[in-house]
Each structure stands twice: as structure tokens, then as C-alpha cells.
Write a protein that binds this ligand. Structure first.
Ligand SMILES: [Mg+2]
Ligand SMILES: [Zn+2]
Length: 230
């Protein structure tokens, strides 16, 4: 019997979004909505309409929250974020087959690391933005900014395509798992997308190879079959 990974034309590598993908909801949207600082809705709409970059918009929304709210903000996310079913199974699938699994997230370190802690993902396989609570308001930091090849030049914040491009397409079968705006640029340069929500609409619109999914068990099932069959 051939191993599932041999069903792919090249060794697979997975890039998985966090907010709204690994977790059931977008934690940034949830926390901002909950604490409801004046002005956040205009910023959120501008990001979605692509009138403001994700980087600028996310930075501006967190800047509406005082650093003194660090505990409250963290606790709200850590108690309300639910992990999507089948996530541990997907990680086990990758581990058993030596398939690299990266978290590529536009979310923030102070909630991503604690929420992923139970799953044993190596820290250098988690890409996300940083945070600084030393000033009056929460300041987001961007340790993984766009490289020179990103079409989105400096607008991503955490640049998913920069991470993806480190795994050349002629050597790897690149798979992206995601749900929304921050996944659009990456979806255009991978071999296969597992999509939810807005990302499914975008893939349909652009004719990108994608498989809509609900739980990570759906993803594992398709991976066992070698992804998308023509
Ligand atoms: Mg997302
Ligand atoms: Zn970028």
C-alpha cells in the first residue's frame, strides 16, 4: 500500500491560518467587538474593503485598547476561543508522515502561543505578530513583515507568502488552510487550498484549486486521498 504522502506529486507542506481556522472564530474581531472601543467598526470595514492594509488596520484597532487591559483582553480570548474539531488529528497526520506543518497567522502572540500550547507545535513553526504592552495603548509589532517579492509590499503584517515562498513550488506541494482576507495572497501561490468562509468565495471567484472544509477531519480525509483529484 502506498503512503498517502506519495499520492502527492511532490512532498506536501501545510500552512495553516489561526483565527477562524484553527479557532472557530476570529479572535481579533471577537475581542474588539466585545470591548467595543469607539471607532473600531470603521477600521474593520476599511480592512475588509481593502481600503486599509491588514497591518495598518489591526495596529489601529489594538491601539484603541489601553495596555492596562492586558489581562482582561487575554482572558477574554483564552476563555472564549474554541479549537476546531480534528486539529490534533491533523497534527498527528503530519507528524506521522514527516509533513511540515506551519501556523501562519495574522493574529497576535499573546493569545496564539497559549491557545496552541497543548498541541506541542515547535515555536519556530508558528508565525504570528507580536505585542507590546509597555506604552499607554496596546502596540502590535511585526516581526514577519513582507519580503521584496510580496505583491502586497508591507501591507500584510505577518506575510504569509513570504513564509510560503521559502518552500519552492518545484520541490514542494504547497497546501494552505484558511478562511479569510489574510489568506487571499497565499491562496494564489499554493497548489491546493482548504477553504472556509470568505476564502471559499475568493477561490471560486479566481478559479483556484480548493476544497471547502468544516472540521480538520475533513482535511485529513482529503489528505489521505492525495488532495484534489481532477
Ligand atoms: Mg483567519
Ligand atoms: Zn506580504
Amino acid at each position: 500500500m502506498s503512503s498517502p504522502t506519495s499520492l502527492f506529486p511532490r512532498p506536501p507542506v501545510l500552512f495553516c491560518d489561526f483565527d477562524g481556522t484553527i479557532t472557530m472564530n476570529d479572535n481579533i474581531v471577537a475581542v474588539i467587538k466585545h470591548f467595543n472601543p469607539p471607532g473600531w467598526e470603521t477600521i474593520a470595514q476599511a480592512i475588509y474593503d481593502d481600503k486599509k492594509s491588514v497591518k495598518q488596520g489591526v495596529g489601529e484597532m489594538f491601539a484603541l485598547l489601553p495596555s492596562s487591559m492586558k489581562e482582561e483582553v487575554s482572558n477574554y480570548i483564552l476563555t472564549n476561543a474554541g479549537i476546531r474539531d480534528g486539529f490534533a488529528e491533523l497534527l498527528a497526520w503530519c507528524k506521522e508522515r514527516d509533513v511540515p506543518f506551519f501556523v501562519t497567522s495574522g493574529g497576535i502572540d499573546f493569545f496564539i502561543y497559549p491557545l496552541l500550547e497543548p498541541f506541542g507545535i515547535p515555536a519556530d513553526h508558528i508565525y504570528c505578530n507580536g505585542s507590546d504592552f509597555s506604552g499607554d495603548s496596546i502596540r502590535i509589532t511585526w516581526p514577519h513583515d513582507c519580503d521584496d517579492e510580496c505583491d502586497n509590499r508591507g501591507r500584510c503584517g505577518m506575510c504569509k507568502t513570504t513564509v510560503i515562498r521559502r518552500f519552492p513550488q518545484d520541490r514542494y506541494y504547497r497546501i494552505l488552510i484558511g478562511d479569510s482576507v489574510t489568506d487571499f495572497p497565499g491562496a494564489k501561490i499554493v497548489d491546493l487550498v482548504f477553504s472556509r468562509s470568505h476564502l471559499t468565495d475568493k477561490c471560486r471567484e479566481l478559479g483556484l484549486p480548493h476544497i471547502p472544509f468544516e472540521t480538520f477531519r475533513d482535511v485529513v480525509r482529503h489528505l489521505d486521498l492525495g488532495g484534489l483529484k481532477p
